[in-house]
Structure formats: structure tokens, C-alpha cells
Design a protein. Structure first.
Length: 71
């Protein structure tokens, strides 16, 4: 399942760092953070998507405290 979320990040370097960290989260099949559009595209298995999203949000706060991921 692939979904897009709003992703507020401060700079392109932060977006790249965040993308790399999110791609390492268990259950994430693919993740792209676009600084210009401020979007996170997340791909994960449908049956575990909510758990993966929760782990992604936790990782985002740890890596980039100012980052906000929302619908």
C-alpha cells in the first residue's frame, strides 16, 4: 500500500536524512521525502501499515525533532 502524507521539514538536507532513516524502519518497503512539495510517500504492507506508520513517526521525531508528518 502506498500513501502520501504532509511532511514539514526545514531543509533539503533534513529531508534526505529523514528519508534515509525512514527507509531503515522495519516494514517500510519504500519511502521518499520531497522537500519542495513537503510530501512523504510511504509504501508498506497493507495489513501492517498503521504499525509501520507509527514507527515512522517515532523515527522521524528522533532523527529530526522539528519534522511533522500528518495527513
Amino acid at each position: 500500500m502506498k500513501k502520501k502524507f504532509n511532511c514539514e521539514v526545514d531543509c533539503a538536507a533534513c529531508a534526505a536524512k529523514l528519508e534515509a532513516a525512514i527507509q531503515k524502519v522495519d516494514g517500510v518497503e519504500d519511502a521518499k521525502v520531497n522537500f519542495l512539495t513537503r510530501k512523504l510517500t510511504l509504501t508498506a504492507a497493507e495489513e501492517h501499515f498503521d504499525a509501520v506508520l507509527a514507527a515512522v513517526k517515532k523515527t522521524a521525531k528522533r532523527v529530526e525533532p522539528d519534522a511533522v508528518i500528518s495527513l
